[in-house]
Every structure is written in structure tokens, then in C-alpha cells.
Design a binder for this molecule. Sequence first.
Ligand SMILES: Cc1cc2nc3c(=O)[nH]c(=O)nc-3n(C[C@H](O)[C@H](O)[C@H](O)COP(=O)(O)OP(=O)(O)OC[C@H]3O[C@@H](n4cnc5c(N)ncnc54)[C@H](O)[C@@H]3O)c2cc1C
Length: 471
Amino acid sequence: MLKAEFIHKVEEAVGLKGCGTGQEALELYSADASRCEGKAELVVFPDTTEQISTIAALCNHHRVPLTVRGAGTGYTGGAVPSQGGILLTMERFSRIIEIDQVNLLAIVEPNVVTGDLQKVVESIGLFYPPDPASLNRCAIGGNIAECAGGPRAFKYGTTKRYVLGLEAVLATGEVIHTGGKTVKNVVGYDLTQTLIGSEGTLAIVTKAILRLIPLPPCRETVQATFRHIDDAVGAMIELVKARVIPSALELIDLESLEAVARYLDDRTLAPAGTAAMLLLEVDGLPETVREEAARVEDACRRVGAETVRRAADVETRDELWRVRRELSPALKVIAGLKLNHDVVVPKSKVPDLFKVVEQLRINFDLTIACFGHVGDGNIHVNIMVDPNDLHAVSRAADAELQLFKEVVRLEGVISGEHGIGLSKRPFMKLGLSSAELALMSRLKRAFDPNGILNPGKIFPDCSQDDSASIG
Ligand SMILES: Cc1cc2nc3c(=O)[nH]c(=O)nc-3n(C[C@H](O)[C@H](O)[C@H](O)COP(=O)(O)OP(=O)(O)OC[C@H]3O[C@@H](n4cnc5c(N)ncnc54)[C@H](O)[C@@H]3O)c2cc1C
């Protein structure tokens, strides 16, 4: 329980309007897009870096858990205040401070919505490539804390490639500035990259300097359907051999296609005999795009595509991407519980990963829908169950563990985008040695000696008694 004296000091720092203790506020910030929940004792809405610095120093002094929250779209419970204390919402940090067209960078506060930043820079011919599917809701700070990726990562890389510098508040309240406006910087350890993907456990990001690139002037989409999933994966390997790197390369399997077809009541989206669909996009100068799109079509046909469609205009492109866009809501409708995993394997092992999934379907008698960024080897494996069927839920948990073990055996990792947070914490030991985990834990202590920042996340052996519930 937070002491009245502590709450009073926080109120002094942020003003009465910057604090909430009512049940409604505590409830509103108790969950993210995962199945994890946990209530804070106080929600704080700071306006300035100085206020955050004061709050961090107070929490550090009084050993009060401090969980920072962006837009709350995380899939692993990272923004869930699982050990009570303060929930610090960054929602008032939502300004685009500067777009520097000479140095090709943007300076932003962390709660700028990713899609909003993209629209603004694209209107002046610039491009911020990271494109998580949640881009119309998620925020840059959350993207940085999770190192978010998306379909374009195959060609353009993930968030970490676009962060040049950060302003951040440490657990002690000190404010640091890492990196800067230059693309090159090898002065000491790279603190910027250390903070990227640290899931709010090392520092609170209050400002970011982001790298922009010129907007590719032209874009074309190719959609291809296949009778066998191996052929769809084969097309990706053909493309890599032909040295074409599409700006997006998404695979949607039969279970996922079926879900969307049922959800939209449109059988043309999953015609009988289709086992997988590929969505590919190429971008760049018009001549290059035309040439690459033709090579993409050829590669798909060479490995036996049933249908190949190509779109250059916005309307047809939108139509081809419709299936992918509708996947999330469609899957929600077909089963009440979706164990959504973002595993990654080396590209060459993607066929093995699909074999593993097929085996899991058979061995555990489960519906498993897969789609994702096949070019990166990053496949979203969704184990779908009825939450009221306890046998199925238990089989799903076993299948999940088996999946992670197999992914590690295939030289992959258990998360490529969503991070560890609360929900994947029990599996951290699968992919990391005790020496690596111990080093990470020493790094955590160096940044946050009293363990106040987002406690109970990432590390598998936290001794604290978690009040959060998973599942
Ligand atoms: C429908 C849907 C589709 C998605 N698609 C993708 C996808 O394609 N690719 C992908 O990578 N992810 C995807 N996600 C997951 C999620 O959107 C991303 O992880 C996103 O980066 C989270 O951003 P957020 O602002 O919502 O962060 P939150 O959920 O609020 O927080 C996530 C983590 O970041 C920390 N954090 C937030 N702000 C800060 C800050 N200022 N300083 C320090 N730490 C901070 C939090 O403590 C927490 O640990 C998807 C989610 C949904 C619901």
C-alpha cells in the first residue's frame, strides 16, 4: 500500500490533475492487448521530463514499483503494473517536436502515434519505415521499448535501425541523453541500442531522435496463392536467390485464410484448394519497381503458384491487402482464446517451422493459424482455443512449450517483435544460458539498482510475488 505521505509528494510534483487513484483510472490502465492484468495503486499523467525525474527519484527512494505505459497495445503484458505501485502513462507526451529535412530526422515525444508520424513525414516526401500492424494505435515510445517490427522489416529493418538518440529518465531520476543527431557515433558503449527493446525496465524514454529516409516514389503489390505451403515458402527462397528484397513479404496459411473468409463471408478469399497466400510489395523508382514486380511474379509462378495478381494503384492494392488487414478481428471471432506467438527462425528453416506447427496440430488436436513476415522468418503462430474447454487450454499450454523448444532447436528465438514482458518470462531460459541471463540481470541492476522500473518483467526467476494474472 502506498503511504499517504508518498502520494502527497507525487501530487506535489505533478499537480492533482496529474494523478488518479479512482477505481476507474486504475481499471483503465490495468491491461494491455495480452491476457495479463494487474492494478496500480496510483496512475500518474506527467507533462514534463522534470516531473518524471521527480517521480522516479521518489519511487527509487521509497522502493515503489514504477511501470511506464505507451498506448497499451503490447502483446506480452509489458505495460501492465503487475506489482502495483505507480502506473506512469506517457499520453501527454504526444508532440512531434521537429522534422529536420536537411539532417533527415524527426524529434518526437514518445507517445506520438506511429501512423501519425508516418503520415506527417510522407506528406513531405520522407519515410519512417517501421510499420507494426498496430501502427494506428501504438506509440513510438512503446515501439522503441519493444523494438517493434512489421512487414517492411525484411527490406528496411526494425525500429532499432531508425533510432539515433534518446532522452531518458533513469530510475534514480537522472536524465540522460544518448546518441544524437548524427548517423555515426562510436563514443563509448551504445546506450541508445541498449535501451531499445528494454521493455521499460531500464529507463523511461521521454524524447527520441528518429532517422528518416526518402519516401520511395512507387510501390506495387503482388498477391499469389499456392496449393501447398511449401511452395509459398519456396517462392520466398527463389526471391532471395534472385536478389529481390521486397519491402513486404507476408504469408497467410489456410487456417488464417479460412478465418477471414468466414468472418467476411467471402469464399473468394480462400478458394477451395488454396493452402497459402503470399502478399509481396516492392517499392523504389518506377522502372525498378516494374522490373522487380515482374521478377516476383516469375518466382511465384516458377514454384507453382495457382493464381498471381498484381496491383499498382491504391484501390487494387488495398483490395489485395484486405485479407491481411482483417486477420486480427477474424481470429478473435473464431476462438475466445488466442495464444499469439511471434517466433522467428532463420529464413532457411521456415519450412521446418511449418512442419513443426503441423505436427503440433496433430499431436495436440488444436487449431493453429499462422501468418506473418515470412521474409524475416518471423511467423505469428496463433494457437486458438475455447477458454471454457479446460482440456484444450491445457493442451494449448503444452503445445506452446513444445513450439518454443522446437524454435530454439531450429536456431530461432521465441520472440521477434512482441518482447518478453510477463507472458513469455517463464520461457526465457529456453533460449539463453545462465551466464547470459546473469549478465542481463547485472545490466538491469546497473541501470536500476533498486529494481523499481517495471519489476517482474523479462526475468524468469523474479522472486517477487506477482499479483498479475496470466490467462
Ligand atoms: C492488433 C495488433 C497488432 C500488432 N502488430 C504488431 C506488429 O506487427 N509488430 C510488432 O512489433 N508489434 C505488434 N503489436 C504489438 C504492439 O503494438 C507493439 O509492441 C508496440 O510497440 C507497443 O507499443 P505501445 O505504445 O502500445 O506500448 P505499450 O503496450 O504501452 O508498452 C509496451 C512496453 O513498452 C514500455 N514503454 C512504453 N512506453 C515507454 C517509454 N516511453 N519509455 C520506456 N518504456 C516504455 C512499457 O513499459 C511496456 O513494457 C501488435 C499489437 C496489436 C494489438
